[in-house]
Design a protein around this ligand. Sequence first.
Ligand code: GTP
Ligand code: MG
Length: 205
Amino acid sequence: MVINSAEFIKSSTKTSDCPQSLLPEFAFIGRSNVGKSTLINMLINQRKLAKTSSTPGKTQLINHFLINESWYLVDLPGLGFAKAPIKEKKKWEKMLKEYLLQRKQLMCTFFLVDIRHSAQKIDMEFMKWMGTNQLPFAIIFTKTDKLSKNKINKNINNYLKQLSEDWEPLPPVFVSSGIEAVGRDEILSYIDDCQKLFNNNTNYK
Ligand code: GTP
Ligand code: MG
């Protein structure tokens, strides 16, 4: 897919404030600081459209970006930002879950995982929750520029082994680096394929 245009549309605090449009959308979720905003910028070829920061908890709203005037890319707040007050964390989680459950044009959620870390309880629980609610998702391993090829393969295998205790079949898996633009073509063509399904399925309209 060629990205011809990418435009920030709006930030929303709740699902009912999200753009009133039925264009297909693709969301990016994962623990705080995992690299969601950086990956989005890499995918759309813009350095600064999605705000990034080395301080976790930067993205606190549901951010919609309109791509090629035909689909939305959605940057979500980080899961489980450790430093946020519990009340704030609960509020974000509620907002995220409502968005994921209510947004019927949501085609796929990309669940981002830092390639350097083993499977974390919060990630496993969230993926399980997505599965229970029949929400389609794919996994993207981020920050692969930080490890050697051998270590990348080893970590992915370990992670998938742990996932296979809960999942059969396993969700689609991608590897990425927001810094070195790794994984861009693969992720964009997956989005393309999902959209073809959307266009052929009138139930969504
Ligand atoms: P929140 O909005 O706080 O949830 O964070 P986020 O998941 O959007 O992460 P963000 O994109 O802001 O990146 C967090 C930090 O990780 C920044 O310092 C980025 O430069 C760094 N980072 C993100 N992706 C990569 C990557 O692929 N490689 C490397 N080396 N650093 C990355
Ligand atoms: Mg962010």
